[in-house]
Design a protein around this ligand. Structure first.
Ligand SMILES: Cc1ncc(COP(=O)(O)O)c(C=O)c1O
Length: 304
């Protein structure tokens, strides 16, 4: 899927071919970038493109820059504007995934803290077919990075060496994706998404101390489950062996959306098919991101 022809680089809209940085920038040498993946959804009835939870994504990338000790962190409004500008420059009127990367541009040694660069690109793409069919997950032999080694709560580019290893291992083993465990052997998250299970009518998900990303979709799902479905939600440690007790499981993220998990390590979750709670949550999620309900207007930023 190609990136749209107009990109944003350091305050300007540029052509894809001109979107370049120096090969010896700190981000290339040491993986010091921080990124965001977010979506905008096209509502054909309203003829409007809504960026979903733009503010929260821009707040998280700023948090990531602070955690990575960037000397200069661009204001929230400037970052928000960059996403809207890329949408308008490409005349986007379709469901789209954006990637924003904050990066350290200086050619210096390890302790470089600036200058800060910002790049944004957009890819028009809808949902994965696995949102409908569900996925088969493995449990990766790679454990999730620990908070006392790398910052799992933020989207530091270097973190993704860990996720990539899990993803490649899953593909080589014939799975659709991987679940990762913490250093202590508790369930953490998927290679690019957070995880939930349904057990005895309750929604259970690893707590933020389980070395997970502070996921915005996880937060959305918890809010929708509590307010729209009246479900109890538990954020706590989950043992690997508890997966066998799950009635349903699903992964969630801006890119993966709400994706049923049919099996884990070739063991069926429940009866091996997307379950009713997952389906109801999917519907609530897609209604809200498309602006078909107006329960959370603050989550939608119109582009046009
Ligand atoms: C490792 C990881 N966990 C979880 C998520 C979900 O985060 P969010 O819901 O903010 O997109 C992502 C990204 O989408 C991710 O890369």
């Amino acid at each position: 899927m190609p990136t749209e022809p107009k990109m944003y680089l350091n305050g300007r809209i540029v052509d894809y071919a001109d979107c370049r940085i120096h090969a010896f920038a700190s981000v290339v040498k040491y993986g010091t970038g921080v990124f965001e993946g977010l979506r905008a959804y096209w509502n054909g009835d309203a003829k409007q493109l809504h960026v979903f939870r733009l503010r929260e994504h821009m707040e998280r990338i700023r948090y990531g820059m602070k955690a990575m000790r960037y000397a200069d962190i661009p204001p929230l409004e400037e970052l928000e504007r960059a996403i809207v500008e890329v949408s308008r420059a490409n005349a986007i009127r379709a469901t789209t995934h954006y990637r924003m990367i904050a990066f350290l541009d200086g050619d210096d040694e390890l302790a470089t803290t600036g200058p800060t660069g910002i790049v944004v690109g957009a890819v028009v793409r809808g949902s994965s077919p696995k949102v409908e069919t569900g996925m088969a997950a493995m449990i990766s032999s790679y454990v999730r990075i620990a908070d006392n080694a790398m910052p799992p709560r933020v989207k530091c580019t270097a973190n993704y060496v860990n996720n990539r290893a899990a993803e490649l291992e899953a593909r080589a083993g014939g799975y659709d994706g991987a679940l990762m465990l913490t250093q202590e052997g508790k369930l953490s998250e998927a290679s690019g998404a957070c995880v939930f299970m349904v057990r005895n009518g309750r929604l259970v998900t690893p707590d933020l101390g389980s070395d997970i990303l502070e996921s915005i979709t996880r937060d959305t799902v918890i809010e929708l489950a509590r307010t729209k479905l009246g479900l109890q939600v538990e954020e706590r440690r989950i043992d690997r062996s508890e997966i066998a007790a799950a009635d349903e499981m699903f992964a969630c993220g801006s890119g993966w959306e709400v994706m049923p998990i049919n099996s884990v390590a070739r063991m069926d979750v429940g009866d091996g098919k997307p379950g009713p709670v997952t389906r109801t949550l999917q519907k609530a999620y897609f209604d809200v991101v498309h602006g078909r309900t107006n329960t959370h207007p603050g989550w939608l930023t119109p582009v046009w």
